[in-house]
Design a protein around this ligand. Structure first.
Ligand SMILES: [Zn+2]
Length: 108
């Protein structure tokens, strides 16, 4: 699990009275409504993020321009493997490369 290990102090502290005056966006209001706004206007959807970063349009069909819609969410690993195998795609993630060892004793 990933956790945030950054602590803010002073006016950037989570409950600082002046935090709302300097931190933009509704997600950082110090009045206790931060959780309500965390997943609405301040956050960007995954499709918009992919479009912005990789210039991929995942909301429209490349052939007819129609809008895509989600018709199923498949979470069973065995079913996912069967579908990928049927499509001729690899059903397993590629193996991880081993971590590189830092060169500790480089000649100066
Ligand atoms: Zn289409």
């Amino acid at each position: 699990m990933r956790t945030i290990r950054l602590r803010h102090h002073g006016v950037l502290a989570p409950n600082a009275r002046l935090r709302g005056a300097i931190v933009p966006g509704p997600a950082h209001k110090p009045d206790g409504h931060a959780k309500e706004h965390a997943h609405t206007s301040a956050r960007m959807g995954w499709a918009r993020l992919l479009e912005r970063v990789f210039d991929l349009d995942l909301e429209h069909c490349p052939q007819c321009g129609g809008e895509f819609r989600i018709i199923a969410a498949i979470e069973e690993p065995a079913v996912i493997a069967r579908i990928l195998t049927h499509l001729g795609l690899p059903a397993r993630a590629p193996p991880r490369a081993p971590a590189r060892r830092p060169e500790l004793f480089q000649a100066a």
